[in-house]
Design a protein around this ligand. Structure first.
Ligand code: DCP
Ligand code: MG
Length: 369
């Protein structure tokens, strides 16, 4: 009898910064420290909150809440204007810290990433020790705090990082994984949105342990495609790999016209000419792109882009110009003059991960209601 080689146990770390935007604002503005602040929204009650400091969360304020509601909950809350360029810089530094340990880093947003440290660059070996060092470096170098979850797969690592937030570290070892999942409320399961959670509760399924009672057939019968995923995940099986982000390549061409264009026929003709140049470049580099982006700059220099992604690569001149023309027809023109048109192809075939990178997002939209 042939013996299957034993699969190597993976070591996955999930890092998530605490109250990311708000903590940066408190770090950079000492007068905000210890105070209920929110980033985004406005004291006049317009817009929504991007995030709230932990002091503000005590009042029940959270991300995506309207400013009006936040003010009702805490009239003295301080509204801070977001500084996205600063958040991006901090995120870049965070990744610099991650890269000391591994290049297998999958960012989920500016402040959150999975790291596969099954093999680490420094031969530390212990994922707990790596997470400890990362959190320490974040404190020492960025003067911020992060929470970490460590386990054998992405799902458990992510739930674990949330377990002792803020400034917490949670390790769920291989022998604890099933117990950990059994006690989880169904809302915590990857891909369970509001509607699915409601449905589960109507079926008297409240925790992982309840979900475990269902056979694979029952799971798929009630929850479709996602059912099989839930069936596996509740048994601690999540084979999704950490997908490092690749450099986004694109090939394109654009033209600024000596005189702004007003006529749609003229614009379409220009798009055909630009498409021709794009095809030349694609062929030269032997690239096949799945995403086409149209760029339009108006006479007043305002610029917009419109993109479309296709399952099959877009390679020939006719398709490129046709798609670009179609995208242009969907753009609001109303007497506006056009100063520049451009076409870009991206999401190339050899960048297989360009599609896989969105694995989580696709699965979420597939599973979420
Ligand atoms: N964000 C946003 N709008 C949302 C959610 C988040 O603009 N609806 C932004 C602001 C957050 C950042 O993304 O600071 C990170 O999102 P998280 O969900 O990780 O939330 P925080 O880092 O703010 O808090 P936590 O400590 O719960 O992770
Ligand atoms: Mg966070």
């Amino acid at each position: 009898m042939e013996i299957e080689p034993k699969k190597e146990q993976r070591k996955i770390v999930h890092i998530d910064m605490d109250a990311f935007y708000a903590s940066i604002e408190q770090r950079d503005n000492p007068e905000y420290r210890g105070k209920p602040i929110v980033v985004g929204g406005s004291p006049e009650g317009r817009g929504v909150v991007a995030t709230a400091s932990y002091e503000a969360r005590k009042f029940g304020i959270h991300s995506a809440m309207s400013s009006k509601r936040a003010l009702q909950l805490c009239p003295e809350v301080i509204f801070v204007r977001p500084r996205f360029s600063v958040y991006k810089e901090v995120s870049a530094k965070l990744h610099e810290i991650f890269r000391r340990y591994t290049d297998l880093i999958e960012p989920l947003s500016l402040d959150e990433a999975y790291l596969d440290v099954t093999r680490d660059k420094q031969n530390i070996g212990s994922a707990i020790e790596i997470a400890r060092q990362i959190r320490q470096a974040i404190k020492d170098e960025l003067h911020l705090t992060a929470s970490a979850g460590i386990s054998v797969n992405k799902f458990v690592a992510k739930v674990a990082s949330d377990f002792k937030k803020p400034d917490g570290l949670t390790f769920v070892g291989p022998s604890k994984v099933e117990k950990f999942i059994e006690q989880l409320p169904v809302e915590k399961f990857f891909g369970v949105g509001k509607v699915t959670a409601e449905k589960m509760k109507r079926m008297k399924l409240f925790t992982g342990a309840d979900l475990k009672q269902l056979s694979e057939r029952e799971m798929t019968k009630h929850f479709g495609k996602a059912g099989r995923f839930f069936f596996n995940i509740v048994r601690g099986i999540d084979e999704r790999t950490v997908q490092p982000e690749r450099e986004t390549k694109s090939v394109g061409a654009e033209d600024t016209f000596p005189e702004d264009l007003e006529n749609i026929e003229e614009m379409n003709a220009e798009l055909e000419r630009i498409a021709h140049r794009v095809v030349d470049r694609l062929q030269k580099h032997n690239l096949k792109g799945h995403t086409l982006t149209l760029k339009v700059k108006y006479g007043n220099f305002k610029q917009i882009t419109r993109s479309k992604t296709f399952p099959n690569p877009i390679t020939d001149m006719d398709s490129i110009s046709e798609i670009a023309i179609q995208l242009l027809s969907s753009v609001e023109m109303e007497g506006r003059k056009v100063r520049l048109l451009g076409i870009t192809l991206s999401n190339f075939d050899e960048q297989v991960t360009a599609f896989k990178d969105y694995g989580d997002a696709i699965q979420l939209s597939l599973f979420d209601d």
